[in-house]
Unconditional design. Structure first.
Length: 256
């Protein structure tokens, strides 16, 4: 049976890689992204019939309209919803212009995840099945210097998805949290530091697809970063602070 998959952030990065993976398996996709030309080009390159929704995920009303349209086209049955849209930038508290960057990162990474899931929960409950997938990050395990907005937003995604998983327990709807490590995408291309266990986006998509199909509650990809994440959680604050305080930082947006 053909699966119906709704993916935000589909025009680039992890969302694009997941779109290719699902389309290769015969799925019908709802593709959400800011760039209409990129979405149309992607849809044309994929096998099958797909639906494009060019919009900014921070526009909740537009996102809900897209979800309603896709549900209508799929006769109300959507199997997987992936909230993959995300942005990142270096931030420094005290640099007043960074406040707007904080706002944009939280609106895109956290609130848009909520807005993406909202329209699908009712239909999935009624069908007693489906997957809601939040894309977090290993950067959300512990706070990183110069990345207060990104680390905090991804930590929020993890705890939000955990709360939602408990809320939906027994409904047949699975909530899956995927925490990528370093994946080769446009987001990581300009990181001015070494990225351990850097993974190709297509390899990430394969492993994420498998975790989503299993209904895993939480999965770090690649597995090596899962080991690192567990160790980071266990470190006492004093030890972690000594190790991380001088970690290399992502450049600020428009700053040094």
């Amino acid at each position: 049976m053909t699966q119906n998959i709704f993916i935000t952030g589909a025009s680039s990065g992890l969302g694009l890689a997941l779109a290719r993976r699902y389309a290769a398996g015969g799925a019908t996709l709802g593709l959400v992204g800011r760039r209409a030309d990129a979405l149309r080009s992607l849809a044309a390159s994929l096998p099958g019939t797909h639906h494009c929704y060019p919009l900014d995920v921070r526009d909740r009303a537009a996102l809900h309209r897209a979800a309603a349209d896709f549900l209508a086209k799929c006769a109300g049955k959507v199997d997987v919803v992936v909230a993959s849209a995300g942005i990142s930038a270096g931030t420094v508290t005290g640099e007043l212009e960074d406040y707007e960057v904080f706002e944009a990162i939280f609106a895109t990474n956290v609130l848009a995840t909520l807005s993406t899931f909202e329209p699908f929960i009712g239909p999935m409950r009624a069908a007693r099945g489906g997957r809601l997938v939040g894309i977090a990050s290993v950067a959300g395990v512990r706070g990183l210097p110069g990345a207060g907005a990104y680390s905090a937003s991804k930590s929020a995604v993890v705890t939000y998805c955990e709360s939602l998983r408990l809320e939906l327990a027994g409904s047949g709807v699975r909530v899956v949290t995927i925490a990528p490590g370093y994946i080769k995408t446009a987001m990581t291309a300009h990181n001015p530091y070494r990225m351990p266990f850097l993974m190709e986006a297509d390899a990430f998509a394969l492993r994420a697809h498998e975790a989503i199909a299993r209904g895993a509650s939480y999965k770090v990809i690649p597995w090596q970063m899962g080991v690192v994440a567990k160790l980071m959680r266990l470190l006492p604050n004093a030890v972690y602070d000594r190790l991380a305080r001088n970690a290399p930082r992502k450049p600020r947006k428009g700053g040094a």
